[in-house]
Design a protein around this ligand. Structure first.
Ligand code: ATP
Ligand code: MG
Length: 339
């Protein structure tokens, strides 16, 4: 093994999640769905990172695979690695995975109704989770559940604990899920479209709460969404995904102000504030290519207004700033990238 310098780097500086050049496919009867095609991304401690892209771009597959939540025999990893807090997640055994899930990393999904058991009161469900991860008595777990709910700005936690999931509003259910997610003080929280089922006002409140609590505790968040407005309001950095690969990345403010990939420009042009009164909201013309028959070269070229012969070759994701924070996978930036 190579020997590194004697001083051990502060653990808080290493990313909590690192995905490197990851490719996976779902074998089917007559074809193979190439869902991830060389995804690389990382989340630093305490950072709020967005992943955005149209439906089918591989956002949820990335999130689920991070915790090895995809059905084990349904997919094949064809390249790359996935590491959480120094653990090789692709090689980890079930016992290790159980430790990571819920303790080091928590996950929040779009519809908490599916994550909560409809037949059991919130209180039982919360204390079960708390006791599962921490050595507490029932009474201590209940007190902890009350404190957690109060911390989520829930005015009457006792009442919520007595309720069944269907008796709560969607926003309240999601607050319960956030309280549960934070109950074990995870270092990373993966939120896959956590507010898509909620109306716009509640959506904002829930995300503000999520961010406030994450900042207080130093928890990192990977926020998956198809909504660029949410990314701009909540994320420090953003990855833009298309056909299972990252096509652009950078600090959110910079990507919003100066998108470098035509796909990102297309996503941004759909934002209401980019549209003048009387103009229709623009969507990106054309369709996401079939992941079972991806074209060689740039997979966006058939939809791209700037396509050129060079786009028959796949553009690499290269840095467009000195720090290497901003990257884009487009031949339009190649001159800059080369210099
Ligand atoms: N178990 C599976 N078997 C076969 N294909 C799958 C499976 N899970 C996901 N896929 C395919 O992988 C691709 C990526 O799916 P994914 O759910 O990650 O997209 P997404 O970016 O989350 O989209 P959305 O915005 O609709 O949630 C899709 O084409 C999907 O059909
Ligand atoms: Mg999804």
């Amino acid at each position: 093994m190579p020997t590194h310098s004697a001083s051990i780097p502060a653990p808080s500086l290493a990313p909590v999640l690192t995905i490197d050049d990851l490719s996976i496919e779902f074998p089917a009867y007559r074809s193979t769905v190439k869902a991830l095609n060389g995804v690389s991304l990382h989340v630093n401690p305490g950072e709020i990172v967005g992943v955005i892209g149209e439906s089918g771009s591989g956002k949820s597959v990335t999130a689920m695979l991070s915790l090895r939540l995809l059905p084990e025999r349904s997919y094949r990893v064809t390249a790359g690695s996935l590491n959480i807090l120094g653990r090789d997640m692709l090689a980890a055994q079930e016992k290790e995975l159980l430790k990571v899930r819920g303790r080091d990393v928590a996950m929040i999904f779009q519809e908490p109704m599916t994550a909560l058991n409809p037949t059991r009161r919130i209180g039982r469900q919360m204390t079960d989770v708390i006791i599962h991860h921490q050595r507490l008595s029932k009474d201590q777990a209940r007190s902890k559940a009350i404190a957690l709910l109060r911390d989520m700005h829930i005015a009457d936690p006792e009442q919520v604990l007595e309720s069944f999931p269907f008796e709560l509003s969607g926003g309240m259910r999601q607050r319960v899920m956030i309280a549960l997610a934070f109950s074990c003080d995870p270092q990373l929280l993966i939120a896959d479209e956590p507010t898509t089922a909620l109306d716009v006002t509640v959506q904002r409140q829930v995300l503000l709460l999520l961010r406030e609590k994450a900042r207080e505790r130093g928890t990192a968040i990977l926020l998956i969404t198809h909504d660029m407005a949410l990314v701009s309001q909540f994320c420090d950095r953003v990855y833009v995904m298309y056909t299972g690969a990252v096509v652009e990345q950078g600090d959110t403010a910079q990507v919003m102000a100066d998108p470098r990939h035509p796909y990102t420009k297309g996503l941004l042009s759909g934002l209401p504030e980019q549209v003048r009164p009387g103009e229709a909201l623009m969507t990106i013309p054309g369709q996401v290519p079939n992941l079972s028959a991806l074209p060689d070269g740039c997979t966006f070229r058939d939809r791209c207004a700037f396509a050129m012969p060079k786009c028959l070759e796949r553009p690499p994701l290269l840095a467009i700033d000195a720090a290497g924070v901003r990257k884009s996978a487009c031949w339009l930036n190649a001159a800059e990238q080369a210099s």
